[in-house]
Design a protein around this ligand. Structure first.
Ligand SMILES: [Zn+2]
Length: 312
């Protein structure tokens, strides 16, 4: 009887050992499978970007074609801020236009695509120039009425920037609108009367009144109007939260909703809005940040590098 009981215990014990061993084997196999799978995964891309500039990155992915959101988390700053960047996946590549805020003091971003870490962005500070100006107080300080108007207009354009096409509307690189002299470069810090600071977050091109202004790329007219700072202005949506803006125009030649070909005339240059003389202010808004348009011209060439090779 005792013998039988012992035998039973031994067998059950062995059975348990067997089964545990079996589980362990399964575990080892699944870990091996996971590690071989992770070896097949694409390595994390690492890129450097200056504050106020954009970087175009192609991220290899096994995701199906379509629109996705790249979630980037600022690291090494006191307040982590998540950025949601719309991206397009085509033929195993995610096309990412990563724009870094002019005001960014972040050092590093970790970007996730569908919960997978695919991109690390290292932020470098660009040495933007500084200019000191003496101006009349009334020019710096706005009246209550103007303050209200500026507030209303800010909300209006904010809504415009929140409704971008979910796919890229472009099929060629961006172009600068004019070949004329740049009278004020992007990013210049302006210190008025040693006190008030502002930044010029666009590029000013020399242009007398009446010069035809071509749109930088294919897109849809998202806004036209006459605003306090910009005067007569046209804002064009190029998809994936990329917008271009043409300000201080004397005449607007397009209508909201209209689809534009690259180079189509949006209006004539002028001196409407808050200006000291006629010129074209060319702005690029990407994912909520005012970005240096020249960096978009340069970076967008990388997306269409193969196309340009085949056409030549
Ligand atoms: Zn300007």
């Amino acid at each position: 009887m005792i013998k039988l009981l012992l035998m039973f215990l031994v067998t059950t014990a062995c059975a348990n050992i067997q089964s545990i061993k079996g589980k362990d084997e399964d575990k080892t196999q699944s870990t091996m499978a996971a590690s071989s799978m992770s070896e097949e995964k694409y390595p994390v891309k690492v890129v450097e970007v200056f504050n106020g500039k954009v970087k175009y990155v192609q991220v290899p992915t096994s995701l199906n074609d379509g629109s996705y959101i790249l979630k980037c988390n600022e690291l090494l700053t006191s307040k982590p801020l998540k950025q949601k960047i719309p991206v397009e996946v085509r033929d195993g590549l995610a096309h990412v236009y990563y724009a870094e805020s002019y005001f960014s003091i972040a050092k590093k971003h970790k970007c996730m695509l569908e919960d997978e870490h695919v991109l690390t962005v290292m932020v470098k500070q660009y040495p933007y120039k500084e200019e000191r100006l003496k101006v009349a107080k009334s020019k710096v300080k706005l009246s209550k009425k103007d303050q209200k108007r500026v507030g209303r207009e800010w909300l209006m354009t904010k809504k415009v920037y929140e409704n971008s096409a979910k796919t890229l509307l472009i099929d060629k690189p961006f172009l600068k609108p004019l070949n004329s002299y740049i009278t004020s470069r992007y990013g210049k810090k302006r210190i008025f009367n040693d006190m008030k600071r502002s930044q010029h977050l666009g590029n000013d091109f020399r242009a007398k009144v009446g010069v035809p202004i071509p749109v930088s790329n294919k897109g849809r007219v998202a806004f036209t109007g006459d605003l306090f700072y910009t005067g007569k202005v046209v804002i064009v949506d190029h998809g994936l939260n990329i917008f271009s803006l043409y300000a201080h125009l004397s005449d607007i030649k397009v209508k909201v909703g209209q689809m534009l070909e690259r180079g189509q005339i949006v209006g004539l240059s002028g001196m409407t809005g808050r200006v000291s003389g006629p010129h074209l202010h060319w702005g690029i808004k990407m994912n909520g940040h005012n970005i240096d348009g020249f960096s978009l011209v340069e970076e967008s060439q990388k997306q269409f590098v193969n196309e340009s090779v085949t056409t030549h």
